[in-house]
Design a protein. Structure first.
Length: 266
């Protein structure tokens, strides 16, 4: 009597199925963990109210009538809300408890492991941007580009937040260290403060005036401010999109190289 051994090999469900599965899992875990994104919303709202209350009269007094410091400051608060938001800390937990290693034994498409997480991030980032924007409208900001401009504003802000997620994911995949991942947001501070966060570029002098020219956040804020304050100035909006694409190209390259390195090690 002969025995035939049949080797059974799992078959991939397809790129979009894998992407959807990872995304839905990440979204479920996100909504079960509201304390993870509560501070990400509360802090930008707090600083927006404080900065406007403390500086509005002072700054507007040095500019021609009609300059709205609330509209000038709102993109800063939105950028603060959407930057550094990611599932990277959860990815570290998946690495530490061995879930990611087990997942890598399946035929799941490797790229979807990051793309699915980033999809969930984009949903959360958009959800964080909208309340900050709504507060600005409640405080009397008059949007120069109307409702369509608000949509473009949220899209650009969401893409910026998504572009930044590559950095914490790269750190998570390379180190598997939650402390290192939590410190990834510190990368944003030079981007935020060495830019036109509090004063227009024409009011800056010296080395700071030079530094802001090389900071992609400067062009992001300028494009968002154009939508709120000046209208459809496509050169400024285009530069904002180029800044987003440039940041995303760098961060995504780092993240997917880190993923490839971890796959190779496993």
């Amino acid at each position: 009597m002969s025995t035939t051994h049949v080797r059974v090999q799992a078959r991939s469900a397809g790129f979009f199925t894998d992407w959807r599965t990872v995304s839905l899992r990440a979204l479920r875990l996100t909504w079960r963990d509201p304390e993870a994104f509560g501070p990400a919303l509360a802090i930008p709202l707090f600083f927006f109210v404080v900065n406007v209350g403390a500086l509005q009269s002072f700054v507007e007094g040095g500019f021609p009538p009609g300059f709205d410091y609330k509209a000038f400051q709102l993109p800063v608060s939105v950028a603060f809300a959407v930057t550094g938001v990611s599932r990277a800390s959860s990815l570290v937990l998946d690495i530490q408890d061995g879930y990611l290693d087990r997942l890598l034994l399946t035929p799941v498409r490797r790229g979807t492991l990051l793309l699915g997480l980033m999809t969930a991030d984009l949903v959360l980032i958009t959800a964080l941007a909208v309340p900050v924007l709504m507060l600005g409208l409640l405080l009397g900001i008059d949007v120069a580009t109307g409702f369509l401009g608000l949509i473009v504003f949220v899209v650009i802000a969401g893409l910026w937040g998504l572009a930044f997620t590559g950095f914490p994911y790269a750190i998570a995949l390379r180190t598997g260290n939650p402390t290192a991942v939590n410190g990834a947001f510190l990368l944003f501070f030079p981007f935020l403060f060495l830019t036109t966060a509090y004063l227009p570029q024409e009011a800056m002098t010296g080395w700071l005036a030079t530094a802001v020219k090389f900071n992609p956040t400067t062009y992001l804020l300028d494009g968002l401010r154009a939508l709120l304050m000046d209208g459809w100035e496509w050169d400024r909006i285009g530069k904002a999109l180029l800044a987003v694409l440039g940041l995303g190209a760098v961060s995504f390259t780092l993240a997917f190289k880190a993923l490839a390195g971890r796959v190779k090690r496993n």
